[in-house]
Design a protein around this ligand. Structure first.
Ligand code: PEP
Ligand code: MN
Length: 299
């Protein structure tokens, strides 16, 4: 390992890779993340209606997704935008789980919502805007569910792992020293405007090297446009990600949020099919992540 990284991250002892510890496997319902499988989570940005959610859930499970995503509480950039269905959305997610067997990932935006969301979700999402909301992170650590932590859009990897450490410190001992946290690279804000965010693809092998936690990629919020999503998903597979979080909608042009970056149901099916050779490359690698050489003297 690059000694610089070691010094930078080893203080986050519950989540850092210290050499002797095995990678963490996160259990979400009957799905294991970080155990070798490439786990795809897919679904609409926001839960809008029973028809929209059920159609999407049935299509994504048929295409190979293991976890259904859908926001019931939406952190929107504009205060005038749709804020989500709240508890009605959670109930629809539960219904979709019963119909398809998919586990559910959904966001809790404030500490007051955590107990309620935890009754319905199998995996608790922390959005990019909440990555440094420590009161929320501490509450999530104690809620008894695994946590999907998205990288803050202006956060360094050090800050990202610091937030993971905050959650891990609040996690009860039943995790047996294996904090049930999945990291999600979802693009960061840079000077580039051609994409909504800049997918920091190097974050995946760096995080896989310096931390014990599984790492997934959200190509949808990184790209901002649906045409780029499949190719970024391939890149994620090849660099050794443990899975994806992808937005899918039966009628993206009518979506109440993030329609431009949502795949149609057939496009999601094609994306999954087309991933296969890239997953074979990932699985054929002798180690999931290349050993990163110690490099010295670079600026
Ligand atoms: C989302 O997953 O729909 C979302 C709001 O993501 P982010 O927090 O990464 O913007
Ligand atoms: Mn979204």
């Amino acid at each position: 390992m690059n000694p610089k990284w070691n010094g930078q991250f080893s203080c986050f002892d519950l989540v850092a890779q210290t050499g002797a510890c095995a990678p963490v496997v996160v259990r979400v319902g009957n799905v294991e993340i970080g155990g070798g499988d490439f786990v795809v989570m897919a679904g609409p940005c926001a839960v809008e209606s029973e028809g929209q959610l059920m159609r999407t859930a049935e299509a994504v499970v048929a295409a190979g997704a293991r976890i259904l995503r859908g926001g019931a509480y939406k952190p929107r950039s504009s205060p005038y935008a749709f804020q989500g269905l709240g508890i009605e959305g959670l109930k629809l997610l539960r219904k979709a789980r019963e119909a398809t067997g998919l586990a559910i990932v959904t966001e809790a935006m404030s500490e007051e919502d955590v107990d309620l969301v935890a009754e319905y979700a199998d995996l608790m999402q922390v959005g990019t805007r909440s990555m440094e909301n420590y009161a929320l992170l501490e509450k999530l650590g104690g809620c008894g569910r695994p946590v999907l932590l998205k990288r803050g859009m202006t956060a360094t990897l050090e800050e990202f792992l610091r937030s993971a450490q905050v959650i891990a410190m609040a996690m009860p001992r039943i995790t047996n020293g294996n904090p049930q946290i999945v990291l999600c690279e979802r693009g960061i804000r840079t000077f580039e405007t051609a994409t909504r965010n800049t997918l920091d693809i190097a974050a995946v092998p760096v995080l896989k090297t310096v931390s014990r936690l599984p790492v997934i990629v959200d190509p949808s919020h990184a790209a901002g446009v649906r045409s780029l999503v499949p190719v970024l998903a391939r890149a994620a597979a090849v660099v050794g990600a443990d899975g994806l979080l992808v937005e899918v909608h039966p009628a993206p042009d009518k979506a109440m949020s993030d329609g431009e970056q949502s795949l149609t149901l057939p496009q999601f099916h094609d994306m999954m099919d087309d991933l296969e050779p890239y997953l074979a490359i990932r699985d054929a690698a002798r180690q999931p992540v290349p050993q990163l050489a110690v490099v010295g003297g670079n600026d």
